[in-house]
Design a protein around this ligand. Sequence first.
Ligand SMILES: [Zn+2]
Length: 277
Amino acid sequence: MPELPDLIYVVGKLREGLLGRHVSAERVKEPVVLRFAVRGNLSLLLGRSLAEIFRKSHFVVFRFEGLDLAVNPMLAGRFRLSAPGDKDEGTLAFALGFGDVELRYLDDKVMGKAYLIATDDWKAVPGMQTGGVDLLSSEFTRERFVSLLRHRRDQVRVFLLDKKALDSLGNAYADEVLFEAGIHPKTFCRSLSHDDAVRLHDAIVKVMTEAVGEVARREEPIDVKVRDFLKVRRKEICPRCGTKIRTAGVRGMDAYFCPRCQPTTRAGFVDWTRTGK
Ligand SMILES: [Zn+2]
């Protein structure tokens, strides 16, 4: 799943390549990824100009005159800018032509969804969870974070992934920020001290800001996910202390952590296997 740093990079590149252009062609190879909350199909976009491209929750939204195309790439969806004559990828789901450039949406797993809706008709888009505070905005203060955390009864990693609270962290960066803050992924929110919460907030800002910078610096094509700089996610050895990285199941998701840098023996840790939750 693309995460915030990936989405920021992709949206920037798509804006550079496509803003202000008119849709000249459309092709659909995998109709199952498309959903229409308006009467018609992708040909409704023909002749319309692309006025804006932005991120909303974990969707990339293409704003045309009167219509929004909101794409949720899910696990494997990717965008690519190609020349219209380039050979089709086997994973091509649909494409929109903009004169001499073609926007392609590729999806190995065909799990992503693209919703064509009337402008701002977000209620027609399942899974568009909004309301979370943007982690890279000035609204994401220590005070705001601490007050969000204070009301939670779940494990800290579950809270970090809640897009209605925080916009947004996925599995990879949830692991990175917990590592940065030295907090075990199964710690309950209510057992974090004020200092823990502040340290976690600062870790989120640091990790996400650095990741946005690193992804931009690499300048890879937009369909390449840059993740090799992560410290614990899918790594073998802790870069800080050399201990073997472990995994733990948190709500059915694998969390990666260093048992030494993120010990379960912290004062706040509650062993959920013994509490029956
Ligand atoms: Zn370590």
